[in-house]
Design a protein around this ligand. Structure first.
Ligand code: URA
Length: 196
């Protein structure tokens, strides 16, 4: 079956047999279609699978709090995942599943055209940058990567859940989200790419 897409939403897809069996629904990105900030998680968990929205569980609360501390609101940013269907037992998405969902993510990045893409955690960072990433030491770094049709700025971040079991990561996470907020001043992303 060919996937069915409506704008930035995947309406129907059966590419990944195992994920079709473990999901209740496809969890698409949320937030403005022209957001300055695009956060990219790994895959929906149980809460997201139930609600049909990325980052609504405890990780979502951590993200929302950090956004507020940086003077932003969840409604101001776009939030999506590398993989749109919940993996069984909340395991990491597999390479073939990341590959199967990649065209949808690339399309979302191209279309939203954010000032900066913020992968939340190791899986999305490595998926977007195409290399090993030591997120704890690289968090807060802005690097460049080809995503979709364009070279983009990517701000590396720890996963919000990391702050729940390691308080030292909370400062790192808040600092990173504060850095992300600096990119919301309305200048064109591509115009500013030369600043780095
Ligand atoms: N973790 C993720 O990576 N994505 C979500 O949507 C929720 C938790």
């Amino acid at each position: 079956m060919t996937p069915e897409v409506d704008g930035l939403d995947v309406v129907a897809c059966e590419h990944c047999e195992r994920l079709c069996a473990s999901r209740s629904r496809i969890v698409n990105g949320v937030g403005p279609a022209d957001a300055d900030l695009l956060f990219v998680g790994e895959a929906p968990g149980a809460n997201e699978d139930e609600a049909g929205e990325p980052f609504v569980g405890r990780s979502g609360d951590v993200l929302d709090d950090a956004l507020r501390a940086a003077g932003l609101d969840r409604a101001d940013v776009r939030i999506t995942n590398c993989v749109r269907c919940r993996p069984p037992d909340n395991r990491d998405p597999r390479a073939d599943e990341l590959d199967n969902c990649r065209a949808f993510l690339d399309h979302e990045v191209d279309s939203v055209d954010p000032e900066v893409v913020v992968p939340l955690g190791k899986v999305p960072a490595e998926h977007l940058l195409g290399r090993d990433v030591a997120v704890t030491s690289e968090a807060g770094d802005v690097v460049e990567a080809d995503i979709g049709e364009t070279r983009r700025r990517v701000l590396i971040s720890v996963h919000p859940a990391a702050t729940l079991y390691d308080r030292s990561q909370a400062d790192t996470f808040e600092h990173t989200i504060g850095r992300a907020a600096d990119f919301t001043d309305g200048e064109s992303g591509q115009a500013r790419l030369g600043d780095f």
